[in-house]
Write a protein that binds this ligand. Structure first.
Ligand SMILES: C[S@@+](CC[C@H](N)C(=O)[O-])C[C@H]1O[C@@H](n2cnc3c(N)ncnc32)[C@H](O)[C@@H]1O
Length: 249
């Protein structure tokens, strides 16, 4: 028990070092999140990361690095694509209570989990949508309406860009959370970024605590409305990056 308390203290301290002053009440929300995640993971495949230490370092703190990157920016509406068990979207919902956070996932069971946890934590600022990102992005209701789009471990960068950019308001930012070594992925996505009227603004690396690994945030800003023909048909962006498609044609 003392060990557990110690681990939660570490989360509070680390959050502090990232600029988030978490009250004990906020830490209680993370505890409830952890308990429900582990309980539901027995019946629904939500995560392979299950120890308290690992969930804190690799899920909660990783998501907090993204939250730090957003601090001070315009973020009234945030969309998290492929939220899975809620990373980073639900953590953003806990941290940024004044922002409206929409969590989207293609798997119904995971969306049910997201709804349940949202209700258990009383996060009135969080909504969930069961949909494929590339299909949702074709609906006028959701296009050009978010300040920030996030995605962690969703798809190759070129596909994340093609699915995510249509949702952004002009000058909104897409942030893809990636592992280390993204140079090739970024250059493979360059044509897609250009065709979708965006610009790659930043790649920043960071280190998770206790040697839990290096991670990267790749940021793309939207400069003008996305052409109507994007995203291409479901599945096409994933199979064929525009860089390859332009050589085939
Ligand atoms: C590897 S998991 C990552 C989940 C979470 N973002 C994380 O980092 O823990 C990818 C998630 O994206 C969802 N997904 C895959 N393709 C999708 C699509 N086209 N649209 C929306 N969600 C999708 C999957 O159902 C899954 O929950």
């Amino acid at each position: 028990m003392a060990d557990m308390d110690c681990t939660w203290d570490r989360l509070q301290q680390f959050a502090g070092s990232l600029g988030f002053d978490f009250s004990d009440k906020k830490i209680e929300l993370f505890k409830t999140y952890f308990n429900l995640l582990i309980e539901r993971n027995q019946s629904v495949n939500l995560t392979a990361i299950v120890t308290l230490d690992d969930v804190i370092r690799k899920h909660f703190i990783d998501s907090l690095f993204l939250a730090r990157a957003l601090k001070g920016r315009k973020m009234a509406r945030i969309l998290d694509l492929g939220s899975g068990a809620g990373f980073p979207g639900l953590v953003l919902g806990i941290v940024f209570t004044d922002s409206e956070i929409v969590l989207c996932d293609a798997l119904r069971k995971r969306v049910h989990f997201l709804k349940d946890i949202r209700d258990a934590l009383g996060l009135v600022n969080v909504q969930t949508i069961h949909a494929r990102a590339e299909e949702l992005a074709r609906l006028d209701t959701y296009r050009d309406s978010f300040d920030v789009v996030t995605a962690r471990a969703l798809a190759p960068l070129h596909a994340v860009v093609e699915w995510g950019m249509p949702f952004l308001k002009p000058y909104g930012t897409l942030i893809a959370m990636k592992g280390p070594g993204v140079v090739d992925e970024v250059s493979e996505a360059a044509i897609t970024v250009r065709m979708l009227k965006g610009t790659h603004t930043q790649t920043s690396e960071y280190e998770l605590p206790d040697g839990a690994g290096r991670r990267t945030l790749v940021e793309v800003e939207k400069l003008a409305p996305t052409p109507k023909n994007f995203p291409r048909k479901p599945g096409e962006a994933l199979r064929t990056p525009l860089a390859v498609a332009s050589k085939i044609r």
